[in-house]
Design a protein around this ligand. Structure first.
Ligand code: SF4
Ligand code: SF4
Length: 243
């Protein structure tokens, strides 16, 4: 599959990236697809975890792909072959590297319990889960007057330069790492090829600054250039860790 950032992978080498991070998504990889009691948020029953309702903050929230959740139009987890990533590897419909954290339907954690929700599926959803209606995030277009190669080092639009990330970290344009230094690539490729753990993407990273001007590009409080929600890099940090 062609990737707009394959040039970075080619430059750094995927093998050299392996082990660059000790992060593990949020550590919920039970092989049988069922969360053990200690892995559910405190006070949430098995039934609530599987079928909802989810906390109010998610009820009609917006997903990574900008779709709004309608609590009256959701599928059950069993109807969509919902599973954890390790189990999804056994499913013929699963494409390597795909998981909720890089699905257009995913709603990232908003209350610090590490779990998110989904605009299509009921219950609590971990970034490292997956289901058969997985939807690829739309690829942002290269902004007018810019080449694809320039995205990695371009100065971001004014509204992002000193913006706060989704976990509240302020961006300092004079203290950023290059995309090459942190091996920025697409999350699906990073998970499929090894350096990233299932459940990791810029979309659920503490440093991500979501799109503010409608061009589908965001920015990062730690890394220079244009950043897409489906990207990933070696300094990824779960948004809950800063909540
Ligand atoms: S993979 Fe399925 S459960 Fe996960 S976010 Fe996408 S649609 Fe929802
Ligand atoms: S994964 Fe890397 S590039 Fe993406 S938001 Fe986090 S720190 Fe920034």
């Amino acid at each position: 599959m062609w990737s707009r950032r394959n040039y970075l992978v080619a430059t750094v080498g995927v093998a050299a990236l392996s082990g660059c991070t000790g992060d593990t998504g949020n550590g919920t990889t039970e092989p049988d697809g069922e969360e053990e009691e200690g892995e559910r948020p405190e006070g949430v029953s098995v039934e609530e975890f599987e079928s909802g309702p989810v906390p109010d903050v998610y009820m009609s929230a917006t997903s990574l792909g900008n779709e709004q959740r309608n609590p009256d139009e959701l599928s059950s987890k069993s109807d969509v072959g919902f599973s954890e990533y390790e189990e999804a590897l056994e499913n013929d419909a699963h494409q390597p590297g795909t998981c909720c954290a890089n699905c257009a339907d995913y709603i990232v954690d908003k209350n610090g319990d590490t779990f998110g929700a989904c605009v299509e599926v009921e219950g609590y959803i971990d970034g490292a889960d997956w289901c058969v209606i997985y939807e690829e995030l739309p690829e942002p277009e290269v902004p007018e007057g810019m080449s694809e190669a320039e995205l990695a080092t371009a100065e971001v639009p004014e509204e992002y330069r000193t913006a706060s990330s989704q976990a509240g970290e302020e961006r300092n344009p004079d203290e950023l790492q290059s995309q090459e230094a942190v091996s920025l690539m697409e999350s699906v490729d990073a998970i499929a090829d090894g350096p990233a753990q299932p459940g990791q993407s810029c979309g659920n990273c503490a440093e991500f600054i979501p799109d503010e001007n409608g061009d589908m590009w965001g920015a990062c409080a730690k890394v220079e250039g244009y950043i897409a929600v489906e990207d990933w890099c070696t300094i990824w940090e779960h948004v809950s860790e800063e909540a």
